[in-house]
Design a protein around this ligand. Structure first.
Ligand code: MG
Length: 203
């Protein structure tokens, strides 16, 4: 399986990092070694002094497809969960300055904790889903899918022009504003429509 992630999909987050609001989706990938499941701890890497949390909704792909049209893209994901796109912001900033790829900042071991998944059919409106991230009991990020720049269908249609989607692939759909540094000992709790699905510590 592979993890595809969308950068800058909420305008207020693009602005907080002084990035332009994109007109086509910004795409990057994480390997399967980035995954953390079952709320196991995240081990803070030694190579970064500025790892940021990015809470995101994650789509689970349910069948193989390429060149998927936006109209049918909804048939290609059947479950939604929460994930954290951990980002070594210090490394990413250096690479961005030089126009270099982001892998070392985005794709390291453990950089993609994911929750259990909820059937898509359980959501009344896919474009009015609340989610949030608390750290040590304090709310740091609040998002709602009504603020997405690129819809789930648009993301799937766009990505599948270039990369074949396969059953079990995960798509991180971007983070709202409020990203900040995490520290060893932090307790992260992620809520999807009021249900606490993420609940783990930084070690
Ligand atoms: Mg992200």
């Amino acid at each position: 399986m592979k993890i595809i992630a969308i950068g800058r999909n909420y305008a207020e987050h693009a602005k907080e990092l002084n990035n332009p609001v994109p007109t086509i989706p910004v795409i990057f990938m994480k390997p399967d070694t980035a995954l953390i499941k079952d709320n196991k701890p995240f081990y803070h890497p030694e190579f970064s002094q500025d790892v940021h949390h990015e809470i995101e909704l994650v789509l689970k792909v349910c069948k193989e497809g390429k060149h998927i049209s936006e109209k049918f893209a909804g048939n290609y994901f059947d479950e939604i969960g929460l994930g954290i796109d951990f980002t070594a912001r210090d490394i990413q900033n250096k690479h961005k300055e030089k126009g270099l790829p982001w892998e070392l900042a985005k794709s390291f071991d453990g950089s993609a904790p994911v929750s259990t998944f909820i059937p898509k059919a359980d959501f009344e409106d896919l474009y009015n889903i609340d989610f949030k991230l608390d750290i040590n009991g304090e709310t740091r990020q609040i998002g709602n899918t009504k603020d997405l720049i690129f819809s789930f269908e648009r993301i799937i249609a766009f990505v599948s022009q270039y990369i074949t989607l396969k059953k079990g692939d995960l798509i991180f759909t971007g983070t709202p504003e409020g990203v900040s540094k995490i520290s060893v000992g932090d307790h992260l709790e992620g809520y999807l429509s009021g249900n606490k699905l993420l609940n783990f510590y930084v070690k």
